[in-house]
Design a protein around this ligand. Structure first.
Ligand SMILES: C[S@@+](CC[C@H](N)C(=O)[O-])C[C@H]1O[C@@H](n2cnc3c(N)ncnc32)[C@H](O)[C@@H]1O
Length: 483
């Protein structure tokens, strides 16, 4: 370390060498200042880079004891560095880890998981990870935005048309859209659809949405594919000001891509892009839904209903949940926050005798019931808020599957899980901080964390999906609300 007296001071705007050590909890590259600035012990958070890179960085601001900095140049590439496979990498805000090798990405997620588990004071006998079989083209659902403020690249000439784009936002720019000709995370046909939809919209003079002025016809393009059925859904989202024009665009898309199995149009006038489930939808072609087959079950999927985004890894999740049930000989499993019945139905198919799913969305419950009937499976579903329904349950399950949204289970439902009398809980976590805090509450209430499995669903991004298995250590206490 440099002698503090002789080390130059670090101030905003300083250009400094930084050696990258890994990623922070938000997936941002982080490292440490190098001589002669290393007397400053602060962690430096970068906008880009891979573990092991030595970079020249400009210090931007100090926040909570850390420097935030912009990478100016890579002085030497670290051992984890690879050439990013996507030409849009670096500008597109879609995936930020593409120039780090996949084993290093997975290693970073494993390290982050260990830190979160041990940071919560939890111990676990078995921890493992399941790498994604493919780090590209794995997403079965992608949504692109139309934009009237196209992101202009530095090498484009002055005065170029910037009034229309179809793609994704550059990092941190809600008002701009980067025109994409490919997205390497999306299923392969998505690239053709991007091109064909863009050409059709331009040919017919359909305008793109401007999120600042809140005007412009075309807003979003949702694409979904059943990987195991080959079915493809295209959904155009417009502001509803010119349905005939949308129909013309859709006709052209259907003509150019006859392999699309259904095409729908939704009107959305909200200020943000969150299209709700009850939005007004017109089916322009096909059935308006697609199906996907996982673990031997066929699932009907509505355009906007939740379905695991990486089909190959959804298969792994299904297997892990089924073997967790088989290990304890579970005959009765409850699936809390069950969506369209994904875990409930694969468990019923695996032979669990009594399966009960509970879900807030009435539309998802309808799908779950439809899926149960269509597959000839015996499973029951209740539509309602888990914090209310969990207090009214009268039966004692052998196992609970908890797959709540990012915020975790409502407190009352977590309390009901503690007192459920189940022998095993499988917690499927997509936002680790919230989930691990809830697992800590379960452990404090008499449960043991038996196994943690990271199922990598999202290569090239920092997102994690983790399955945590807990077993009850204390004898079952009678249910407070039991018979
Ligand atoms: C991460 S998804 C899981 C869906 C399902 N397990 C699957 O794998 O397809 C979370 C689900 O929780 C549901 N949900 C959110 N809040 C809820 C609540 N308070 N009560 C019941 N379900 C809820 C959402 O509607 C959503 O379907």
């Amino acid at each position: 370390m440099a002698d503090e007296a002789s080390a130059p001071a670090t101030t905003r705007g300083s250009r400094v060498p930084v050696l990258l050590a890994g990623f922070d909890a938000r997936g941002r590259p982080m490292g440490h200042l190098q001589p002669p600035w290393d007397a400053d012990q602060r962690v430096v958070i970068l906008d880009a880079g891979s573990p092991g890179d030595l970079v020249e960085a400009e210090l931007l601001r100090r926040r909570r004891g850390q420097w935030e900095a912009r990478r100016l140049a890579t002085l030497s590439a670290g051992p984890t560095k690879v050439v990013a496979p996507c030409t849009h990498f670096g500008v597109c805000g879609g995936c930020r880890w593409q120039d780090t090798s996949y084993p290093a990405q997975l290693g970073a997620k494993e390290a982050a998981l260990r830190t979160i588990i041990s940071g919560a004071g939890l111990t676990v006998a078995e921890m493992r990870s399941v790498p994604a079989p493919s780090s590209e083209r794995y997403r079965n659902r992608v949504e692109f935005s139309f934009g009237a403020r196209r992101w202009v690249l530095p090498d484009e000439p002055d005065g170029v048309d910037r009034s229309f784009a179809l793609g994704l936002h550059p990092a941190g720019r809600f008002d701009r859209i980067l025109d994409l000709d490919a997205c390497l995370l999306a299923f392969p046909e998505a690239d053709d659809l991007l091109r064909v939809v863009r050409e059709a919209a331009r040919r017919h003079g359909a305008s793109a949405h401007d999120p600042v002025r809140h005007e412009g016809l075309l807003r979003l393009l949702l694409l979904r594919k059943g990987f195991n059925t080959g079915e493809i859904l295209v959904e155009l989202v417009s502001d509803g000001s010119a349905d005939a024009l949308v129909q013309q665009v859709a006709d052209d898309v259907h003509l150019a891509c006859p392999w699309i199995t259904t095409l729908t149009h939704v009107t959305h006038q909200g200020h943000n892009d969150a299209v709700n489930e009850g939005a007004q939808r017109t089916v322009l072609w096909g059935s308006g839904v697609i199906s996907e087959r996982v673990a031997g079950v066929n699932f009907r999927i509505q355009p906007r209903s939740f379905f695991q985004v990486n089909t190959a890894q959804a298969e792994v999740l299904a297997q892990l949940v089924c073997s967790a049930a088989a290990e304890i000989g579970a005959q009765h499993v409850q699936d809390w926050c069950c969506g369209a019945g994904f875990f409930a139905l694969v468990l019923a198919r695996a032979g669990v005798k009594r399966v009960l799913g509970i879900e807030l969305s009435a539309a998802a419950v309808e799908d779950a019931q439809w899926n149960a009937r269509a597959n000839g499976l015996n499973a029951e579903f209740i539509s309602g808020d888990i914090k209310v329904v969990s207090a009214e349950l009268r039966e004692t399950p052998d196992m609970l599957v908890l797959d709540p949204p990012r915020a975790g289970l409502p407190a009352a439902a977590l309390d009901a899980a503690l007192r459920s009398g189940a022998r095993r809980i499988v917690y499927v976590a997509c936002a680790l901080d919230a989930s691990v805090a809830q697992v800590k509450t379960l452990v404090a209430g008499g449960w043991r964390l038996t196994r943690v499995t990271l199922v990598d669903q999202f290569p090239h991004t920092a997102h994690m999906e983790v399955l945590l298995v807990l077993d009850r250590t204390e004898p079952s206490c009678p249910q407070a609300n039991g018979p």
